[in-house]
Write a protein that binds this ligand. Structure first.
Ligand code: SAM
Ligand code: SF4
Ligand code: SF4
Length: 354
């Protein structure tokens, strides 16, 4: 995907009655992921390695980041274009002060019926969980890559303990955000031996554990294909110990492939974006903390929506530009992985959000 630019000569092609654009591969726009900060209190080796995100790293300044009002305005426009689901992410989204105010604002936007949050859980406590739910948060995903402290600390690289994340999972459940999802990024020779302990721990706990293939997002995480422990191997490993069977997707375009334990102990999910790409049903746009709009996680450039929002008071103009951008979209990076795009500069995960 090259840098996003609007071809102004082209007229917006809308669905006749509802004004909802589709892209060049006939995919509608349904989900928006919003990164509310590029900062994080972890330094996960696969996302923000200390060597590149050290004490001198230049994070975005306050004025460069979208305000809650600007995000709300953008969400309003996206909702008119067909977005119903919002995921708040980062960096670490709970670092952003007063996040509940943003959730309240998004919750009040007509057409938005699902608001979720992805977090490492470090800053979650009962009071915060309750206030986020009161504001309109529907779902939460916590990230945890290992059950053993030594392995997890090696990955988060800030000595953060497993127990605190497990506590956050319980807090989220008790607060009513059930079922809670837990994301585990699986990296060959790093945490493959944690798959079974994680399975064992989260079975029967009303938590959906989701295994994510290590992705080549950005350029700083030294991704190599050999580091991917693929979906087939994950399932194969689990099947040696537990009887599981596939389950139909909840809805078209669901990213995680669902499996359930035959003994009724719950569900797991696999996000196999490397070995089983799901670009054909990708209905997702991403907004970075500084307001760049990306139509693919692996994009090399985004459209500067912040500048547009700051200079253009007319939402109709903003809507038409986003609509055109979506109509020009032909991203399918994961399907093309390994071919021509492999060497391009890509945006970092901590910047664009997961
Ligand atoms: N800080 C929050 C967290 O960790 O949950 C939210 C942002 S994080 C970028 C969102 C998700 O992306 C996390 O579950 C993380 O594990 C995942 N992630 C980050 N880098 C990844 C990579 N290279 N491959 C696969 N998943 C990745
Ligand atoms: Fe931070 Fe999440 Fe990236 Fe880890 S995965 S460094 S917690 S943004
Ligand atoms: Fe969507 Fe891009 Fe991922 Fe394909 S590679 S599923 S288009 S974000």
């Amino acid at each position: 995907m090259s840098k996003l630019q609007v071809q102004v000569s082209k007229q917006p092609k809308m669905h006749s009655s509802v004004n909802k654009p589709t892209d060049r591969l006939n995919r509608p726009l349904r989900d928006l992921r919003i990164s509310v900060t590029d900062r994080c209190n972890f330094r996960c080796i696969y996302c923000m390695p200390k060597s590149l995100f050290g004490p001198d790293h230049a994070f975005l300044e306050r004025a460069q980041i979208l305000s809650f009002e600007e995000i709300e305005r953008a969400v309003n426009v996206f909702a008119q274009l067909g977005v119903t689901k919002i995921r708040i992410t980062g960096g670490e989204p709970l670092i952003r002060k007063d996040l509940r105010i943003l959730i309240e604002k998004i919750h009040s936007v007509k057409g938005i019926d699902d608001i979720s949050l992805t977090t490492n859980g470090a800053l979650l406590n009962e009071k915060k969980a309750k206030s986020l739910i009161d504001a309109g948060l529907n779902r939460i995903t916590l990230s945890l890559d290992a059950l053993e402290d030594e392995c997890f600390k090696k990955i988060n690289d800030v000595q953060f303990s497993v127990a605190k994340v497990l506590e956050a999972v319980e807090i989220a459940k008790q607060a009513g955000l059930s079922p809670v999802k837990v994301n585990m990024v699986v990296i060959n020779h790093v945490n493959v031996n944690q798959i079974l302990p994680m399975v064992e721990y989260f079975r029967n706990r009303n938590v959906i554990l989701r295994f994510i293939e290590f992705m080549d997002v950005g350029t700083t995480n030294k991704w190599q294909y050999e580091k991917v422990f693929d979906a087939r191997s994950i399932i194969g490993l689990i099947q040696k110990h537990y009887a599981i069977e596939p389950v139909d997707a909840n809805y078209k375009g669901e990213v995680a492939k669902r499996w359930r334990y035959k003994d009724g102990a719950g569900e797991i999910g696999i996000i196999a974006s490397v070995t089983q790409p799901f670009c054909t049903s990708c209905h997702r746009a991403r907004l970075s903390a500084e307001g760049k709009l990306y139509t693919c996680l692996f994009a090399s450039g985004g459209y500067n929506l912040r500048d547009l929002l700051r200079k253009e008071n007319n939402n109709r103009q903003v809507l038409e530009i986003i609509s055109r951008l979506w109509q020009q979209r032909d991203d399918r990076y994961s399907q093309l992985r390994g071919e021509s795009q492999s060497s391009q500069q890509k945006v970092e995960m901590s910047y664009i959000g997961g």
